[in-house]
Every structure is written in C-alpha cells, then in structure tokens.
Design a protein around this ligand. Structure first.
Ligand code: SAH
Length: 222
C-alpha cells in the first residue's frame, strides 16, 4: 500500500474524505489519487484550492471536474494495469494522469478539441511525470480510431447521446463511462459494458453536470 508519509497534507485529507464518502472504493483508485499532484493541473491562481472537492475553471469556458466525480468514474471504469484507455476531453490533463497511474502512462490516449487546452494539458502531464500519455488534438465524439481498440473509453464532457463510434472502438471486454443527457448542462453518468455477444449492457448512474461534448457526433458549437 502506498505510504502517505511525505504527501501534502491537503491531498491526504482529500483522499481520506473521498474514502469516507464512498467515492473511492478500491486501493488502486486511492493510490492513484495519492500519487497525482492536482496542484500541477490547475491555474496558478487556483493552486491553493487544488485539494478542495470542487470543479475548477481551466480557461476557454472549460472546467476540471470535482475529485469526487472523477473518483466515481474511475471506480466505474474498473481498470487493471496494462489496459488501454481513451479519455475524451483532456482539459488540464488531471484525469488523464489518474488514468495513467492506474493502467500505465503508455496505455493512455487522451483527445482534446481545443488546441490551446491540448497544449496546456500536455505540458501539465509532462511536468507531473506522465510524459508517456498520448495527447491528440481532434474531435473525440468520433473516438480516436487510429489508436483503437480500447478496454475503456471515458468521456469527460457531456454528450447528447452515446456517440456511435465509441462502442465500435472497444475491445471485447470494453467499458464506456461518460456523462450523457438531453441537456447541454446536465447529464447522467452512463456506464456501458460490452457483452460476450457483442451487445452493450447500459446503466444510468449518478446525475452530473459536465461541460458539453462539442463535435460531429455531439453538440453543435456555440
Ligand atoms: N478531463 C479534463 C476535464 C476537462 S473538461 C480534466 O481532467 O481537466 C472537458 C473537456 O472536453 C474540455 O477541455 C473540452 O474542450 C473538451 N471537449 C469537448 N468536446 C470535445 C470533443 N468533441 N473532443 C475532444 N474534447 C472535447
């Protein structure tokens, strides 16, 4: 088990509160949160608030999700070391770094539509020691077919419906965890798992509020 000695106290306190709250359920997710320095993924003026459990603005109208929401998503994704993961919506790179801590940085592909954020997320990942994560600029509503298949696809922006390309890019044990809903602001967390017969088992989980997924198979721009 990862030792908490030498960790910033605010990070240790946040992790303890996510364990108490039930958002963190497994040792693997707990250790990922202990390893990743959230302060490296927020704007300089927000460093003080890096370990509060709330979303933070990251510029260009986008936000980094609250740690509790990310913890719920990571537990739902049920990741094992060595699995290949696509994250749609790199933003700050924080969620990608947590995925890297769980499966290995070389197994994480993250796609971001806004070039400025993709570059900033790239720099944050490099600085925090996750240089092997692949960051791609593009429309993740189409998935990222060049790097498919994935054992898991995590969406961190809200889609009007499950983008049809995503299930096609899964391995036969693939999962999808993503906010989906008919409003640009509010969604339910959709958890999908590929069945042996190729179909998808779908479950609607916790209500949530992500920024919209904007793209060809998602919301229009503006
Ligand atoms: N996972 C990020 C959260 C960023 S918010 C983090 O940990 O910081 C969601 C991000 O999704 C935004 O940066 C937004 O620009 C991006 N996004 C929205 N639509 C997208 C699309 N079609 N493809 C890729 N990224 C998209």
């Amino acid at each position: 088990m990862l030792s908490e000695a030498g960790m910033p106290p605010a990070r240790v306190r946040l992790v303890a509160s996510l364990v108490r709250g039930g958002e963190i359920r497994t040792a693997a997710v707990r250790e990922a949160f202990l390893r990743v320095p959230r302060e490296e993924f927020v704007r300089p003026e927000d460093r003080r608030d890096a370990y509060d459990d709330m979303p933070l603005p990251i510029g260009e109208g986008q936000t980094i999700s609250a740690p509790s929401m990310i913890a719920i998503m990571l537990e739902e994704a049920d990741l094992r070391p060595g699995e290949r993961v696509l994250e749609v919506g790199t933003g700050s790179g924080y969620h990608a770094a947590l995925l890297a801590a769980l499966v290995g940085a070389e197994n994480v592909v993250s796609i971001e539509r806004l070039p400025g954020l993709a570059a900033w997320g790239r720099r944050n990942l490099d600085r925090a020691g996750f240089a092997a994560v692949t960051v791609i600029t593009g429309d993740g509503s189409l998935g990222c077919p060049e790097r498919a298949p994935y054992d898991a696809i995590l969406g961190t922006a809200g889609a009007p419906q499950l983008p049809p390309a995503w299930p096609r890019q899964l391995t036969d044990r693939g999962r999808i965890v993503a906010p989906v809903g008919l409003s640009r602001t509010f969604q339910d967390l959709l958890v999908a798992r590929r069945r042996p017969d190729g179909g998808l088992d779908l479950r609607r989980g916790t209500p949530c509020a992500f920024v919209p997924l904007v793209g060809r198979e998602a919301w229009p721009d503006g």
